[in-house]
Design a protein around this ligand. Sequence first.
Ligand code: SF4
Ligand code: SF4
Length: 220
Amino acid sequence: MVIGKGILIGHLVTIRRFLLTFTHDFKIGEFFKRRGGGELAVDFFTRPKNQTTVKQDYTTEGIFTVEYPDERLPVYERFRVLPVLVYDNEDGNVRCTCCNICAKVCPPQCIWMSQAHSPEGKPVTLPEEYYIDMDVCMNCGMCSEYCPFDAIKMDHNFELSNYERHQTHIYSLQDLLVSSEFYAKTHPDAYASPEEVAERGKVTKKKDQRLQKALQLSRG
Ligand code: SF4
Ligand code: SF4
């Protein structure tokens, strides 16, 4: 076996693909057009004004340029970046019970929380504080898989850059909260799946009991 033969073949495949991309556009007479939302291959002065979503899939041929951030590719529903905490639109209640399971299963240990207390100082099943260090999170989704209350879900937002990374990348409860309606919109298939419908049914029952208990405690 010739050493480096595989690398050479790999490069040839890439070069072939590169040349085919250009010859394809020449052949069909669209060399100065580009796929991706704009009009011309060189259109510095005619950039799209509003952000548009462009599609590139296995049927796309030729030069394809996405002028991010004016244009962007759609993300798939199962694409996951960071976790969010869901509250229910109907009653505005956070689903999280502060059970700590997500923190225990999180491989890099980037979740921590503290439990809320009634005015008499008795612990209630709600988080008072909840934090995730987004720079440590490795986007594995384990927290979401293991949560018994359907309270933590993986989100699509990948635009997380910032000027500072010590304070602003530690997300608090307020930063993490999203409504159940928002989750249903971003994850329509998962939201409508029989598993999630059944899970929500179970969780709603548990939540009613839990909130009744919390109310009793707060009344002393
Ligand atoms: S998000 Fe889920 S697993 Fe984590 S503390 Fe809340 S209820 Fe428990
Ligand atoms: S996605 Fe993984 S790494 Fe990130 S908080 Fe959840 S369990 Fe931890």
